[in-house]
Design a protein around this ligand. Structure first.
Ligand code: ASP
Length: 322
């Protein structure tokens, strides 16, 4: 069987058709294993297997510095289609936040398309003496100077959401950065940090188990799942216009051959129709994208607009890192 597959791929190569992929693909996740981006990536890697003719997509976690270490690794990787990046809104926030980035989000990647949209939730440790959002606001105001807010580093989704929350309620907090919100969640569970924003792909299970307290969702609309449906939005809770929705996209290093990009984009579109993938994502509050948003050109246009939008927010907040 193996022999005939090898013979087939040699034949395909001989006829000039594309023999890609003929070995495992590495999908770099720029955050720690077990977190929300990692969870999306592992389900997505599985959904890509069939459209890629059975090829294995191996997830590699390269966490740190708000996702910029993993993105830098892919920007410098061999542009042959065997090293890809799955990144989120950080693709658009880090250009405004880091004075020195070793890569350019717009010039050093080939855009393959968007994957999904994911809301965030505002969480507190289980022992925090606040059961509802108004209780939380009171507790935060009563404990100014003593509050620890966890995040996944500058430019991460949790950083962005936490930053907007702090400036909306006008309470400064001490931010505690991690390599991803998986280790941050461990510390929230252990009570070492007080609050955190995190994507529903990571928080749904903890909320359902009652191991954390959930106060609100970050999107304008409530999230229609059995676990998250009862949570108010921050907008309806008094922070008018508060809206942070996290998206994920797929990228290859600049210079990857067009035929390989086309093959990957076709596989991406098929993976996004995978019923199991859609179901698993929906159960966690995420919405798998379709149609125009899955094209490289649309995704690049979208990210370029996001860079501008978040760049202005970050500039106004006076946040920078070297
Ligand atoms: N949720 C993280 C963030 O705040 C990323 C992660 O760990 O997946 O960006």
């Amino acid at each position: 069987m193996k022999k005939s597959l090898l013979a087939l791929s040699a034949l395909v190569a001989a006829t000039g058709a594309l023999a890609f992929p003929d070995k495992p693909i590495t999908l770099v996740v720029p955050f720690a294993a077990g977190g929300p981006t990692d969870k999306v990536a592992r389900d997505f890697a599985e959904a890509m297997r069939k459209p890629l003719g059975g090829a294995t997509v191996v997830v590699e976690n390269v966490g740190g510095a708000g996702g910029t270490l993993g993105a830098a690794k892919v920007a410098k990787a061999n542009p042959d289609g065997y090293t890809l990046l799955l990144f989120h809104i950080g693709m658009a926030t880090t250009p405004g936040l880091y004075r020195k980035l070793s890569y350019s989000s717009t010039n050093d990647f080939e855009y393959l398309g968007m994957i999904n949209d994911v809301p965030m939730t505002l969480l507190g440790r289980k022992t925090l003496p606040a059961a509802t959002y108004p209780d939380l606001i009171k507790w935060l105001n009563d404990n100014k100077g003593k509050i620890n807010l966890a995040n996944a580093g500058l430019g991460s989704a949790s950083h962005l959401c936490g930053l907007m929350f702090q400036s909306s309620i006008k309470v400064d907090m001490t931010t505690v950065p991690y390599k991803g919100t998986a280790p941050a969640m461990n510390d929230l569970l252990g009570g070492q940090v007080d609050i955190m924003c995190d994507q529903t792909t990571n928080t749904t299970g903890q909320i359902a188990a009652g191991s954390v307290q959930a106060y609100a969702v970050s999107t304008l609309k409530r999230v229609n799942t059995p676990v998250l449906g009862k949570l108010p939005t921050l907008d309806e809770s008094g922070l008018k216009g508060f809206n942070v929705s996290i998206w994920h996209g797929l990228y290859a290093p600049k210079g990857t051959p067009q035929a390989v990009l086309d093959r990957l984009n076709t596989a991406l579109k098929e993976a996004l129709k995978d019923a199991d993938f859609i179901k698993r994502q929906e159960a966690l509050g995420a919405v798998v994208v379709t149609d125009a948003r899955t094209t490289p050109a649309e995704h690049k246009k979208f990210v370029t607009a996001e860079i501008e939008k978040w760049g202005a927010v970050i500039k106004a907040a006076g946040q920078y890192a070297d």
